[in-house]
Design a protein around this ligand. Sequence first.
Ligand SMILES: [Zn+2]
Length: 287
Amino acid sequence: MRWRDGRQSDNVEDRRGMSISRGAKIGGVGGLGLLAVVVIGMFLGIDPTVLLQGVQEMQPPSVSVQRGGPPAANDDQRNFVAVVLAETEDVWNETFRRMGRTYQAPKLVLFSGAVESACGVAGSAVGPFYCPSDQKVYLDLKFFEDLRTRFGASGDFAQAYVIAHEVGHHVQTLLGISKKVNELQSRVSPSERNRLSVRMELQADCFAGAWAHQADRNRHILEAGDIEEGLNAASAIGDDRIQRKTQGYVVPDAFTHGSAAQRVRWFKLGLEFGNLQTCDTFNADRL
Ligand SMILES: [Zn+2]
């Protein structure tokens, strides 16, 4: 991906090297906060119990201390994230403007180990996530290492896709889609809830593709091999691939993010057409 000369967003909040503060309310409002983390915007189809275990291990929260001093000036990974975030701001600003609306850019919080969000306390094990209550994307850069080593998805554009997917959840929040889906989810069976979650996630994949389409049209960010990196990442984190890896078998009813083929398909559709209309996963006959 061509990014080095790109603008860096001011919306990166660097909390790396900070512990979560003493008295951090685990799970926010009772279990609700936790549930929100589980339901919303986790990038991976990780079993929620992983998150819950992560939180239990974290108790009691340690005293807030800053460790390790300020990040190095030549902080390539942070700079990369800041440029990708800025690219999403430019594209979504323009898209919202054309719809006669105003885009409110999200903050992106970099953390290491554990982080306190308005959706509860989360450990790195949950992967990147978006919290609608504070409209922030949370990312531990170590995830990109996992993406490469555990999921075999390497390349900077694979990482850009991850960020764009989380920003996609922010766009869903601004457009009121998340709220509608959450309301629906509170009234249906667990397997139906999962099916709605899959449609949300595939839409975020499609939004990520639409972002890449427009960013490339505006600033020619894509280099040879980038699209393959993105598609490979979308496939590597499909629910079926992850389930097969972690439990040895596949349970489609438990899918929350969509199969590898579905994630690739929707990312590709966004990439090809570059608009929101294409991404209506909720009315699509075929996912
Ligand atoms: Zn997601």
